[in-house]
Design a protein. Structure first.
Length: 387
């Protein structure tokens, strides 16, 4: 079966070029299950076991295959904390490069779970492979290595060229939604196809996704779907896999029992505008060796605001929404763990002068730790009672 798409494209020379893209669909692509009589052994290479001997799962007690979504490898990355402590990114530190580094780290962590001997009989769709290949070549190579391992029984299903699993992109639908729909169509087809093998086997294909909306749509379509965290936690015989998960599910992006200790950093655009208008002072953050609750900011440049700061009397306090600060010539002293706001040594930060009514003098002793929460105080009281 042939699918074709024709469109016109304007060339650099000003001409018009007609482009025709042909997409061939086949009906002889095997499902990968070695005991499937309907496919008749059309598959090649490593195949799925006819009777999976996977570890016991409290969610899926019957034999099953796993079909992971792309986000199981790529979508969990945002749970990793960024560099974060600085209020401004140093020129040498590109936020996009840092985000790319964190993404790669999360992908490799999830690949570790798939490479574990306990995880077997996994169906990797062509759609998923293409998305992973576009995001990270190293992760793509590791997935290919796993699929080539016959002991793991991973099977690559070319759903993009199967007549019953190929889906066309609808008008107004972005590529991400189209790929999610293609994965759900393949998962549903697998469950219907495996019913033809044998009524006694009752094989199922479990859809693993961390996308909440994608999971809800899959359940509405009658596809057994769980998050990666839910499925791994259901493997009672392999509790060690929980520690190897890259992160929690999408719903657990925030720790349930956690509290917000630090104020959120302002966007880089607002900080740059504030520095340009003179609202903020930009400087280098230098941590104190003697007091972990204090640090010094060396103000940059020779603007009017910086000159005003350097001409102030000794021990005059400055600060902004993040910090109480003391100005000593061109230096600003930040006080308080919360007011340091995750900055580390040599970070480029921005501070704002506080009203004179909030100016304070520096302290040579650590008066209190503003980062201590109520739970820590309760534990200290319990220890005192015991003593």
């Amino acid at each position: 079966m042939l699918k074709s798409k024709t469109f016109l494209k304007k060339t650099r020379a000003g001409g018009v070029m007609k482009i025709v893209r042909e997409h061939y669909l086949r009906d002889d692509i095997g499902c990968g299950a070695s005991g499937c009589a309907a496919c008749g052994g059309a598959h090649e290479g490593p195949v799925l076991e006819p009777q999976p001997l996977d570890p016991a799962s409290s969610l899926c007690p019957q034999p099953h295959y796993l079909l992971p979504d792309t986000n199981v490898l790529l979508h969990q990355i945002f749970m990793f904390g960024g560099r974060g402590p600085g209020l401004l990114w140093p020129p040498a530190c590109d936020p996009q490069a840092a985000c790319k580094c964190l993404r790669t780290k999360a992908m490799w962590a999830n690949i570790d779970v798939l490479e574990d001997p306990a995880i077997r009989n996994v169906i990797v769709l062509q759609t998923v492979l293409q998305e992973v290949r576009n995001r990270s070549a190293p992760v793509y190579k590791r997935i290919r290595d796993v699929t080539n391992n016959q002991e793991k029984h991973f099977y690559t299903f070319t759903n993009e060229h199967h007549r019953e699993t190929y889906v066309e992109q609808e008008q107004g639908e972005n590529s991400n939604d189209r790929n999610d729909r293609a994965i759900r169509v393949a998962a549903k087809w697998y469950n219907e196809h495996l019913k033809k093998m044998s009524a006694e086997n009752q094989l199922q294909v479990i859809f693993i996704t961390n996308d909440r909306k994608n999971k809800e749509k899959a359940i509405e379509e009658g596809i057994p779907a769980f998050t990666c965290e839910e499925y791994i936690k259901s493997l009672t015989a392999n509790p060690e896999l929980i520690d190897r998960l890259a992160c929690l599910s999408e719903e657990g992006n925030e720790i349930e029992s956690g509290k917000i200790i630090f104020s959120e950093h302002l966007p880089l655009s607002k900080l740059q505008q504030g520095i340009k208008s003179g609202t903020y002072l930009q400087g280098t953050f230098r941590a104190s060796r003697e007091n972990y609750l204090e640090a010094t900011v060396w103000v940059h440049g020779d603007t009017e605001e910086n000159k005003e700061a350097s001409n102030l009397p000794l021990f005059i306090a400055f600060g902004n929404i993040w910090a109480y600060a003391i100005c000593y010539f061109a230096q600003i002293i930040l006080q308080g763990l919360k007011n340091l706001n995750r900055a580390i040594h040599e970070d480029i930060v921005a501070v704002e002068l506080l009203p004179k009514s909030q100016w304070v003098a520096p302290s040579s002793v650590v008066l209190h730790d503003e980062g201590q929460n109520e739970d820590d105080m309760e534990k200290e009281e319990e220890r005192e009672r015991i003593v």
